[in-house]
Design a protein around this ligand. Structure first.
Ligand SMILES: Cc1cc2nc3c(=O)[nH]c(=O)nc-3n(C[C@H](O)[C@H](O)[C@H](O)COP(=O)(O)O)c2cc1C
Length: 578
């Protein structure tokens, strides 16, 4: 009934999308969907060598399909599957990760084999339920769980959260010593070669893929590697690119090395929350985005699925801790287990911030806050309590709280860096002078402002200005392509009160215009009534300049309040501040 193909071969060619199938171990088939011409992955990920989406079939007494493929392979993949697999004999669909390039045909598989049990992490099953909108049998697995398919195919599962997505698991078949890792150890590389016999051709893509997808979560990579240390692995069956057989140890060792190098130098904040509880997911992501703007790394930890070892390790080694209060398990029961582990793992050198989102059923915030403060953690932003549906203003508040935490953690580094500049150069650069301006922006319910002096006219046709904005400025989120703002020019005779006001340290989410006279420009942003002149601008380009973004904007209209007024000029003495 099943026609397995002995050697790799392209089947069902359809333009530059081809399907390769091959037997890779006893009773185990790989279906590799070869996407020869794909040149982009996610938004910013340039591909040079296309990619593949790999799916696998194991036939013991029970049969399991591991991952599916991208929906663009619907016709070829399903034609092959329906020809070669009896749907009544397909028992399990193991989902190592739910991104659409691997889960694109799950709905079709469920329609074809409705009794199939979908196996995945708790988060993966939740993602799928939201994606598929139809009932299906599920089996939630995490590290330590096993599934015996018979004929020696004893599967073990390993949780690998944050290895690109929070839902990731690995599946290990002890019978064939194949480790199925989906995205992890993958590379975007499309070729007829099934295995990794040509490492020199693959290395650059392997590294690029690691840097883009895995490097940002180097700590989670190390934790996942630790969990698979005891497995004897003959083949790493990844979800993208060739399968790693000949040089598998060296590829895995590279992940270890790169991740170790990264975590040694990196300051990071661990954010503990419960993915599916209240609005935690949205809040934690906004805080994490703010932290990232300051160059500090983030590790998101879902307390409902993380094991205690992971919670302990991250809570112990992070420079900062953010806790989104988890739901109370039972009014009378002890504290949420992950929270108790966290409280015994933190130390007085760390900083922290707390939030609650559940609307009354959370672990109470103040006893936890008191305990953290008693241990000596420094609270960087006041507890954030979200009771209603979050709005854009909530996102802004959380984003700004994240920026405050990141800036607090990097304060010494900034001072050290500025001390390293050669004194002569520092003074010479300091002689570059500019005017003084306040940039103001309003978008929907959000508004913000910042003092700027790194401002210049940048083009004549069309008329345009450029402003250098530090990546961790609160207003940065309102200065993306197409956003509008006002450049308020300050006057030599009266700039001081405005400068004093806008230099205040505003708490997260504060209204920066309270007590300031403004009126709306045509583009909706506030014009400062006491400015010498204003110019209405629209962002057309942004250029990355390490710690700043140069925001280039075309200018639409402008007015001067006093014809004979002089622009305030900012003379400075050193290059290490504005
Ligand atoms: C004289 C002066 C000029 C400044 N110019 C700039 C600038 O051009 N770009 C910038 O990103 N920040 C500049 N800053 C820094 C900030 O605007 C300022 O520290 C900010 O108000 C802090 O706000 P935040 O909470 O939005 O980060 C300047 C600060 C001063 C005192």
């Amino acid at each position: 009934m099943v026609a397995l193909i002995d050697s790799p071969r392209n089947l069902h060619a359809q333009g530059r999308l081809t399907l390769q199938t091959a037997e890779i171990a006893a009773e185990t088939t790989a279906f590799r969907c070869l996407d020869w011409d794909r040149d982009r992955f996610d938004i910013e990920f340039d591909l040079k060598n296309g990619t593949t989406y790999n799916s696998f079939l194991i036939r013991g007494d029970k049969t399991a399909l591991i991952d599916t493929t991208h929906a663009k392979f619907r016709e070829q993949y399903l034609a092959y599957a329906t020809e070669n697999i009896n749907p009544f004999e397909l028992d399990y669909l193991i989902v190592n990760h739910t991104e659409p390039d691997h889960s694109g045909l799950i709905k079709e598989i469920l329609a074809w084999a409705p009794h199939v049990v979908v196996v995945g992490s708790k988060v993966a099953i939740q993602f799928l339920e939201n994606m598929i909108h139809q009932p299906f049998e599920t089996m939630v697995v995490k590290s330590g769980h096993e599934l015996d398919l018979g004929q020696g195919h004893k599967l073990s599962f390993v949780s690998a959260p944050n290895l690109h997505w929070p839902d990731t698991i690995f599946t290990y078949d002890a019978g064939t010593r194949v480790l199925y890792t989906c995205d992890v150890f993958g590379m975007h590389y499309c070729d007829d070669f099934l295995f990794d016999e040509t490492p020199h051709l693959l290395e650059a893509d392997f590294r690029y893929y690691y840097d883009c997808l895995m490097g940002p979560n180097a700590r989670s990579v190390l934790m996942a590697l630790k969990r698979i240390d005891n497995f004897e692995v003959d083949l790493v069956a990844t979800g993208h690119g060739p399968l790693l057989r000949y040089h598998r140890q060296s590829w895995m060792e590279k992940y270890r090395q790169w991740s170790q190098n990264q975590v040694q130098t990196e300051t990071f904040v661990a954010l503990f929350y419960v993915e599916e509880y209240g609005y935690s997911d949205r809040i934690v992501k906004a805080i994490a985005e703010g932290i990232s703007k300051t160059g500090v790394a983030v590790e998101l930890v879902d307390m409902s699925v993380a094991d205690s070892h992971e919670v302990r390790e991250l809570a112990h080694s992070a420079a900062g801790i953010v806790v989104g209060m988890p739901p109370q398990l039972d009014q009378n029961a002890a504290m949420h287990p992950a929270l108790s582990t966290l409280l015994t793992s933190v130390n007085s050198k760390q900083s922290m911030g707390l939030f609650e989102t559940g609307g009354g059923h959370d672990e109470p915030i103040y006893p936890v806050r008191n305990r953290l403060q008693a241990i000596g953690l420094k609270e960087v932003f006041p507890p954030i309590a979200i009771k209603d549906t979050p709005s854009q203003s909530t996102d802004q508040l959380c984003y700004e709280a994240g920026i405050d935490l990141g800036q607090w953690l990097t304060r010494d580094k900034s001072v050290q860096q500025s001390k390293q500049i050669d004194a002569h150069l520092d003074r010479a650069l300091g002689r570059i002078s500019n005017g003084l301006y306040i940039v103001t922006a309003k978008k929907g319910d959000l508004s913000s402002a910042m003092i700027a002096s790194w401002v210049m006219q940048a083009s004549l046709e069309p008329l345009g200005v450029a402003i250098s904005v530090a990546k961790d400025r609160a207003i940065e989120m309102l200065l993306h392509g197409g956003d509008r703002f006002v450049l308020n020019v300050l006057e030599e005779a009266n700039y001081q009160p405005l400068m004093k006001h806008f230099l205040k340290r505003f708490p997260p989410g504060a209204d920066r215009f309270a007590g300031i006279d403004t009126y709306p420009a045509n583009n909706g942003s506030p014009i400062l009534a006491k400015a010498l002149a204003y110019i209405e601008c629209e962002v057309s380009n942004r250029y990355e300049c390490s710690d700043h973004m140069i925001v280039y904007a075309t200018v639409k209209t402008g007015r001067v309040a006093k014809r004979d007024g002089l622009t305030a000029v900012h003379h400075r003495k050193a290059s290490n501040h504005y």
